[in-house]
Design a protein around this ligand. Structure first.
Ligand code: GTP
Ligand code: SPV
Ligand code: MN
Length: 615
């Protein structure tokens, strides 16, 4: 499609401005067809960027530049007019200054390349919860990934009509081509991390990204639109845009509930969303694995949709035992980035469940290495894994064997419970129910986790507070964000719907013993905690009140194989001294960051829990 054929005058003008600034050789408006996908793939294979995988139909491996392997948080900006609107957890910069700086970079940045215009819908096309974005990009890799992760093309333009609202998203990989030059197998991007930009303009709902071609930096529907910009829209319009998976769970009697769970990046959302319960008779199905958009219905119930249509999942650690359904989802039509390549033409990564076939393997940097005999993460000095720790697969959600029938229902699914969690080697119990909504918001606000490889510029392994798993993704001041959560609860209660609010839980699959071993086997065994949550939502008498919340009664959760009764009791009890330290840290180091914007209700919760711990 040509620009002239577009019906939306504002869209046309915006594209024309971008063309003038970025000077591509040609412009194409994406129609979202299979033919278009195949054509992009051919360009990527011909350019030496994609390797077709003999073992997986219509699947390709990409190797990115070593500078471009994860989200770049230090280069992610919230450029609100008021610095105070960005808050202490975001990098703020003045929007006019940033636009000027980036316009200079964008000038001529697409020379020698094609500009692709991608109209996309976050959420089922036409759903009243869905939002439309349009991404301009010079990356065919972005086009094929957007085809999988979002709903792309002419059908979106039809809904947009002549004057509909869309979020304009600029993206460039920052690698113009000289006459006769081609990518020639080298991932194009700006290799200097400090020259990459992932910028958000919340006052005007715009996104400008420059220099990175990877994941959330480049697929702008995902973290940029569906979380950072959408969180601002949600605050303004009274709904929630959250870094949460959505799962459907059915008990042995056939009763169904839906849960939405927030864990930081690489802390187990995709795994939990697709888990195969070890508890007999229980079933889990997937609605979404990363993002939830939620609105209250006229009946006072909170309904959630998954705005995405694919999974951009962490590859290492995924195997038939840990996540069988993900392994099935990636058998075909899948894009792999930064995995190993085996001699027989398949992907490979650490903890995939088996060693690599043949004598040699190509690692994520394109080097030939001896094929590993087992799938252990290499340890010791200079040891390098074959796949990057943040290697990912992009797969269509419809390929998941346990995708829930209602995953594309435009009205969403009713949420009974929220779970917050992270990687906490100590202190935080396996599962804990909040005393009420505000106490639940308090627990969400103090969530912390060990840092993972999902962000470029943070020291993996250290613990940081990541309230609601939203620190990298909240597009405004997090003190206001906490208030938004409190207000939604108060409003529901004032309207007589307090009993329909989701119950709030705190979980931790990552407790470690003194030998640094996980105390809880995780994965499918997490169904034991989910079953307890399910029964709590039905008011079952299976908990004991403690200073930190409602914990499972002794024996309420059967220990899985390999977990002793003693370990189980430890996982489900309050570590009073540990919690005293936790609370002191929140008071001294965490809450003061939010200044006056920290809602007084949360300080009251902090006082109350401290008193209970000392009592
Ligand atoms: P993002 O896509 O970055 O938001 O990550 P995510 O939250 O979806 O995490 P994912 O499910 O991809 O899991 C990340 C890593 O954690 C993988 O290596 C998993 O194998 C591992 N993991 C997931 N669930 C568990 C669990 O219950 N226990 C343990 N020990 N590891 C887990
Ligand atoms: C995350 O980091 O939480 C992801 C991957 O889901 S990315 O899309 O790159 O943000
Ligand atoms: Mn994520």
């Amino acid at each position: 499609m040509k620009i002239d054929e577009l019906k939306h005058a504002g869209l046309k003008k915006w594209i024309e401005e971008a063309v003038t600034l970025m000077t591509p050789d040609a412009v194409e408006v994406c129609d979202g067809s299979q033919a278009e996908y195949d054509r992009m793939i051919k360009i990527l294979v011909d350019g030496g960027l994609a390797t077709p995988l003999k073992k997986r139909p219509h699947s390709y491996l990409f190797r990115s530049d070593p500078s471009d392997v994860a989200r770049a948080e230090s280069r992610t900006f919230i450029a609100s007019k008021n610095q105070d609107d960005a808050g202490p957890t975001n990098n703020w910069t003045d929007p006019d200054k940033l636009k000027k700086e980036m316009s200079d970079l964008y000038r001529g940045c697409m020379k020698g390349r094609i500009m692709y215009v991608i109209p996309f819908s976050m959420g089922p096309v036409g759903s009243n919860i869905a939002k439309i974005g349009v991404e301009i990009t010079d990356s065919a890799y972005v086009v094929v990934n957007m085809h999988i992760m979002t709903r792309v093309g002419t059908k979106v333009l039809d809904v947009l009509g002549g004057d509909g609202f869309f979020v304009p998203c600029y993206h460039s990989i920052a690698k113009p081509l000289a006459e006769g030059e081609s990518d020639n197998g080298k991932w194009p991007c700006e290799p200097d991390v400090n020259k990459k930009y992932i910028s958000h303009f919340p006052d005007t709902y715009e996104i400008w990204s420059y220099g990175s071609g990877y994941g959330g930096n480049a697929l702008l529907g995902k973290k940029c639109l569906a979380l950072r910009i959408a969180s601002v829209l949600a605050r303004d319009e009274g709904w929630l845009a959250e870094h949460m998976l959505i799962l459907k769970i059915t008990n042995p009697e056939g009763k169904v509930k839906y849960m939405a769970c927030a864990f930081p990046s690489a802390c187990g959302k995709t795994n939990l969303a697709m888990l195969i319960p070890t508890l007999p008779g229980w079933k889990v199905e997937t609605v979404g694995d990363d993002i939830a958009w939620m609105k209250f219905g006229a009946d006072g119930q909170l309904y959630a949709i998954n705005p995405e249509s694919g999974f951009f999942g962490v590859a290492p650690g995924t195997n038939d035992h840990s996540n069988y359904n993900a392994m099935q989802s990636i058998r075909e039509n899948t894009i792999f980035t930064n995995c190993g390549l085996t001699e027989d033409g398949d992907i490979w990564w650490e903890q995939i469940g088996h060693g690599a076939p043949g004598k040699e393997i190509i690692d994520w940097k394109g080097r030939s290495k001896p094929a590993p005999q087992d799938d252990k993460i290499p340890k010791g000095e200079g040891a390098e894994p074959i796949a990057h720790a943040n290697a990912r697969f992009t797969a269509p959600a419809r390929q998941c064997p346990v995708i829930a029938a209602e995953w594309e229902d435009p009205k969403g699914v009713p949420i009974s419970a929220f779970l917050f969690g992270g990687r906490r080697p100590a202190t935080v119990p396996l599962i804990n129910q909040s005393k009420n909504w505000i106490h639940g918001v308090f627990m969400g606000s103090i969530t912390g986790s060990e840092i993972t490889a999902a962000a470029l510029d943070l020291a993996a392994g250290t613990i940081r507070r990541d309230p609601f798993a939203m620190v990298p993704f909240c597009g405004y001041h997090m003190g206001d964000y906490f208030k938004h959560w409190i207000d939604l609860g108060k409003k529901a209660e004032a309207e007589g719907h307090g009993d329909k609010l989701p119950k709030i839980f705190f979980c931790n699959w990552f407790r470690k013993d003194k030998d640094d071993k996980f105390m809880w086997p995780g994965y499918g065994e997490n169904s034991r905690a989910l079953a307890w949550v399910f029964d709590r939502c039905d008011g079952k008498d299976n908990c004991v009140e403690t200073p930190i919340g409602n914990l499972p009664k002794p024996n309420a959760i059967d220990p899985p194989e390999g977990v002793s009764a003693g370990a189980m009791a430890e996982l489900c009890s309050v570590d009073i001294e540990g919690w005293k330290k936790e609370i002191a840290d929140v008071r001294q180091n965490h809450y003061p960051k939010f200044g006056d914007k920290l809602p007084k209700e949360l300080y009251a919760e902090l006082d109350a829990i401290e008193k209970r711990l000392n009592g």
